[in-house]
Design a protein. Structure first.
Lengths: 252, 378
């Protein structure tokens, strides 16, 4: 819409409550083609629930999710995946007893039923995310960093236009974070739009063009990383009521 | 398939084809065991392996642990018997219909159970319940002749799918066994099979990666049901009799599950290895019981041996006897990394799967996600 860039993802008035608790409350966001957008917020803000609603894992109580203009609200995850959007999991979910290659092939099979083609694609993607040397290791034998990369690789293998990444950097050391930031940047350069949930602010500021801040299920701010970091509401959401005024006093 | 696997398969197949001729030659040369007894035992191994494989495609590959797999077997058996006895069908025609009947029950149970989201132990129990309901129905509805059972008229002609010489049932069972091995082998090579394994390992991840989990589960249960149904039909042709306990009794369910677990669930050769081991135990214990007077009243001895064996296998060889031969599972028996994995189901590892099949699950404490960066935030 803005600047003529097409919206890949549009979320409008999305609500999801669990036995009275409003996990997502009237949330709205847009992701435009080719962007990297971050979704941040304190623990329990509803980020993962919002992801789950967008990707079809939860049926929203109300609201609309559009992918490339088509209404996909409440569709099953496998249909949303076929439509070109795929999510990863914050708590990594490797297929434990099969190899990295076979793990990624499961994703690749979303676009082909041919075994050789799926294997070739899996190997190419493993190299792309830096797992080329680990193709024959079992999912269960990977380190935390390895599992995070595997999540990313499997999702990427499904050939998405929009990738939803849920905390792919949590638990990684600074070197590993630096590596995965480069991988994500390269994925975007390859034409995949990215929406990511992230706590690692270093990564958010270096990767994202725009940031949405979620607190208690509501979007409380939107803008560039610098803009939201300066937003009084955001500071209060993280540090508590009155924090902005105190910090503001110090800065002034 | 690896070169070693191909060579092994070819050698095994040749040996299996020659087996009846070899034992007859050995019999003529003065072997104390009757050749027909040995041929029948070979037939039993192949047939049990086939039934075990029908359990394995669903329970081993897709993780759909069933306690009532006999429901498909019995449906096929009754379809075969009723079509012949009450409707005068030719058994060669009735056989595929029996497989379709088994598939139909697979579809029914799958559609009901998976739409309701039943997984793990709940699915196991629902299949057990179905088997029991079918057994009670078979006991009470008129067209099965209740507890009297159905007797198929003996008329041993090949056109009638009955044979005077046990060698032909042996070859028939061998054909079923090879077919089952081919099906399992295909599962390791195709998208369908890869999707089943993904579902077994982690359903949520499978869904996220574009797999229609419900449809795939129903499909594999239809396949498994068709196989067990065809097996039930074979049983009827071999023994020319079926009653509610034979068709839907829990024994056969346990046997199907056991041969897979003992041999190695989710492997190609597991059910065959398990069937050979169990049939051997069966025969040896029966002989022992007839020879050793002290064992006469310990009946059936084979069950005690099964039990001990199952405990040993679950404890020491969670991937079954197949892991003694295969390269695929030559990692440590209980991989420590697998225990540290975050799990959404208790079947994420072979070990959990074995325990689940016994109706036990690992304690919740052992199942906690162990991912340093996430533990606090999850």
């Amino acid at each position: 819409m803005i600047l003529g860039r097409r919206d890949v993802l549009e979320v409008r008035r999305l609500c999801k409550a669990f036995s009275g608790l409003k996990a997502v409350d009237d949330a709205a966001l847009d992701v435009r083609a080719g962007e990297i957008v971050a979704l941040i917020g304190p623990n329990g803000a509803g980020k993962t629930t919002l992801f789950a609603c967008i990707a079809g894992f939860h049926k929203p109580d109300s609201g609309v999710v559009r992918l490339d203009g088509a209404d996909i609200t409440g569709r099953a995850p496998h249909r949303i995946c076929a439509a070109g959007m795929v999510r990863t999991f914050q708590i990594t979910q490797p297929f434990a007893t099969i190899s990295v290659r076979e793990n990624i092939m499961v994703g690749a099979y979303a676009r082909t039923s041919d075994r050789d083609a799926a294997a070739a694609r899996a190997e190419a993607i493993a190299r792309q995310v830096g797992m080329g040397a680990q193709l024959d290791r079992r999912g269960a034998d990977l380190t935390v960093a390895g599992r995070k990369r595997l999540e990313l690789a499997r999702a990427l293998a499904t050939g998405p236009r929009l990738l939803l990444l849920d905390e792919v950097m949590a638990g990684l050391n600074p070197t590993e974070i630096g590596e995965i930031v480069e991988v994500i940047r390269a994925i975007r350069t390859g034409g995949v739009t990215i929406l990511l949930i992230e706590h690692v602010m270093q990564a958010v500021t270096s990767l994202a063009e725009r940031v949405y801040v979620l607190n208690q299920g509501r979007v409380i701010a939107e803008g560039t990383p610098a803009q939201v970091a300066a937003d009084a509401g955001v500071v209060e959401a993280y540090l508590g009521h009155g924090a902005a005024a105190r910090l503001g006093g110090a800065h002034a | 398939m690896s070169r070693r696997g191909q060579a092994l398969l070819a050698a095994g197949l040749v040996l299996a084809l020659l087996y009846p001729l070899l034992v007859r030659a050995a019999g003529a040369a003065g072997l104390p065991l009757s050749p027909n007894y040995l041929i029948n035992t070979g037939m039993l191994i192949c047939f049990t392996a086939f039934l075990g494989q029908s359990w394995n495609v669903a329970g081993g590959f897709a993780g759909l642990t069933s306690f009532g797999h006999v429901v498909f077997f019995g449906t096929g058996a009754y379809a075969m018997a009723i079509l012949q006895v009450s409707h005068g069908w030719n058994p060669w025609l009735a056989w595929p219909v029996a497989a379709v009947a088994g598939a139909g029950v697979g579809w029914l149970i799958g559609a009901l159970a998976f739409r309701a989201g039943l997984k793990g132990s709940y699915f196991a129990l629902i299949t057990l319940a179905f088997a029991e309901v079918f057994r009670i129905l078979a006991n009470s509805v008129p067209f099965t002749r209740g507890g009297l059972g159905l007797l198929v008229k003996a008329d041993p002609r090949p056109a009638n799918l009955q044979f005077r010489d046990p060698i032909w049932f042996y070859y028939l069972a061998l054909g079923l066994c090879v077919l089952a091995l081919l099906i399992a082998w295909r599962l390791t090579r195709t998208r369908f099979g890869a999707r089943l394994v993904a579902i077994r390992e982690n359903e949520d991840a499978a869904r996220a990666l574009g797999i229609d989990v419900y449809a795939e589960k129903v499909k594999v249960l239809v396949l498994s049901g068709a196989m067990a149904g065809a097996g039930g039909a074979f049983y009827v042709q071999k023994y020319l009799y079926v009653d509610p306990w034979i068709a839907f009794g829990v024994d056969k369910s346990v046997e199907m599950l056991l041969v897979s677990m003992v041999g190695g669930a989710g492997t190609i050769a597991g059910p065959l290895i398990g069937a050979a081991a169990l049939t051997a135990i069966n025969e040896v214990t029966r002989m022992l019981a007839s020879v050793v007077p002290a064992l006469k009243n310990v009946q059936p001895l084979s069950l005690i041996v099964y039990g001990a064996m199952l405990i040993l296998i679950v404890a020491r060889l969670p991937h079954g006897l197949a892991s003694l031969f295969g390269r695929r599972h030559d990692h440590p028996v209980i991989p420590s990394a697998a225990r540290d994995l975050p799990r959404t189901t208790h079947r994420a590892s072979g070990r959990g799967r074995s325990l689940a099949a016994l109706g036990m699950t690992e304690g919740a404490a052992g199942d906690r996600p162990h991912d340093p960066g996430e533990a606090g935030r999850a």
